[in-house]
Design a protein around this ligand. Structure first.
Ligand code: G6P
Length: 477
């Protein structure tokens, strides 16, 4: 490790989290397990090929770990103190930026101490990257927790090629302007050569703000800085390891487990499923209310349908997340109490996280997948469901407010704020005939299988490599 620690990397990923979770074994020993996300799957080959490293927080406070290797990946932990976890991670990242960028679905809080911690922690990540990066290395910074890193890093290491990708929505100026530190955030991002967004609308919001708030000249996706440098702002809708997911869902174990799940639910006519992080952006209360009403008003029989809602624990020390947890417990209890019967609880609620295999089995067990966020950068669960439907069966109910809606055109679209509308679309999805469902699923599958995470990473990295080359996008036409 001593030798490796001195080696500089030609390709660096910087994200708030490392792509591994710590596992503590019964005997007290620890090991690391690769986290389920698609990002690491996509970047792993690039990292291995180019001698890459991943810089990120390992998830615990007040603990300084040295870099280590896992599965051939070089991982460089960044320490956070307990107060930094509170102020940078839970505070500024998840109680200021997260709600602000998701259309203020809850009210963002603005605290100057949180901002100070955000600056301090961003500087720590940038400093680490500056130490590690080889001459002219490519550095790819991820997500809203690290928006100041591009500029900080450029000041320390102007030789680097810096990309940034925002995994969540970038809000319209009317909302972004609330942020007391709006100009610093814009300038932080402008340190990158390429700023990637999920949707073209996010890229447009950004260039418009840069023009109006920072005063730089822009033309379509290009920002012209006074020193002659250009920054590109473009959309790269993220995806999943689609083939990997399909493959997993075709294994005999997953197929058998899917049947077992249906059996244990009593083999109802309709199995509906929702799988989300327990987050107030996901529209959980709205969808559960819509489903509950379909039963209570007699449209569907309680013996005919079960809704399995998996809510993965998330950010549990942040007040709004605790409140949501209580609200959902209460709502599920009320609905099951009102419309359930002995041995027949229409909502099966699981507050837990599951391994990929179990997720794949749940997708395979579901006739209807219900994804109803009030706002979502992309929503990968919707794409995962589609990837597992290799027999072209099943229906996807999808919110118009998820980034994925732009690509998944044949889904049953809903406005999650409109409970009656959601009820009728859920019903339509349940009652559609097999021919219509197959036609839709085939089109959805074509989209997801052809646009996977590898393609996403390739597009971004290819564009990043060519920013500023003559003939590219620089003209004012
Ligand atoms: C979203 C964000 C990620 C984040 C993930 C899990 O997908 O875009 O940056 O890592 O949620 O949230 P957490 O706060 O647990 O990292």
């Amino acid at each position: 490790m001593g030798r490796m620690a001195k080696e500089r990397a030609d390709f660096l990923v910087i994200a708030n989290r490392l792509p591994v979770d710590r596992v503590v074994h019964p005997d007290g020993s620890i090991s690391w397990r690769k986290s389920p996300g698609g990002l690491v799957t996509a970047l792993e080959p690039v990292m291995k090929l180019r001698g890459g490293a991943w810089i990120g927080w390992h998830g615990a406070s007040d603990e300084d770990l040295s870099e280590f290797e896992h599965d051939g990946l070089r991982l460089v932990p960044v320490p956070l103190s307990e107060s930094e976890v509170e102020e940078y991670y839970e505070g500024f990242s998840n109680a200021t930026l997260w709600p602000l960028y998701h259309d203020v679905v809850v009210t963002p809080e603005y605290h100057r101490e949180w901002w100070d911690a955000y600056v301090r922690v961003n500087l720590r990540f940038a400093t680490k990257a500056a130490e590690l990066a080889a001459e002219n290395a490519v550095v790819w910074v991820q997500d809203y927790q690290l928006q100041l890193v591009p500029q900080m890093l450029r000041e320390m290491r102007p030789d680097l090629r810096i990309g940034f990708f925002l995994h969540i929505p970038f809000p319209p100026k009317e909302l972004f302007q609330q942020l007391p530190w709006r100009r610093q955030i814009l300038e932080g991002l402008l340190g990158a050569d390429l700023v990637g967004f999920q949707m073209p609308g996010g890229a447009q919001n950004f260039t418009q703000l840069v023009r109006q708030r920072v005063g730089h000249r822009t033309a379509r996706d290009t920002v012209f800085l006074p020193d002659g440098r250009v920054v590109l702002a473009r959309a790269y809708p993220i995806s999943i390891d689609a083939a990997g997911f399909e493959q997993l869902s075709r294994t005999p174990e997953v197929i058998a487990r899917a049947q077992e799940i249906r059996d244990s639910l009593g083999n109802p006519r309709h199995v509906m499923i929702g799988i989300d992080r327990l987050d107030y952006t996901k529209g959980l209360p709205q969808r559960l209310r819509a489903f509950g009403e379909l039963i209570s008003d007699g449209t569907i029989d309680v013996d005919d349908a079960v809704f399995v809602q998996v809510a993965t624990p998330s950010r549990e020390r942040v007040m709004q997340y605790r409140k949501l947890r209580d609200d959902i417990n209460q709502l599920v209890g009320r609905i099951n109490g009102d419309v359930g019967r002995i041995g027949q609880q229409p909502i099966q609620y699981l507050h837990a996280s599951f391994p990929r295999e179990e997720m794949a089995a749940m997708y395979r067990a579901a006739d209807v997948m219900v994804v109803t966020p009030l706002r979502d950068g992309m929503n990968l669960v919707a794409k995962e469901y589609v990837a597992t439907r290799w027999d072209d069966r099943g229906a996807l109910v999808l919110s118009e407010f998820a980034g994925a809606a732009a690509e998944l055109k044949q889904a049953f679209k809903v406005n999650p704020h409109d409970i009656n509308g959601m009820k009728s679309v859920m019903l339509e999805a349940m009652r559609s005939n097999a021919v219509d469902l197959r036609k839709r699923m085939r089109a959805l599958r074509k989209q997801v299988m052809e646009n996977d995470i590898d393609k996403w990473a390739d597009c971004f990295l290819t564009d990043l490599a060519s920013v500023g080359e003559s003939g590219q996008s620089g003209s004012d036409d």
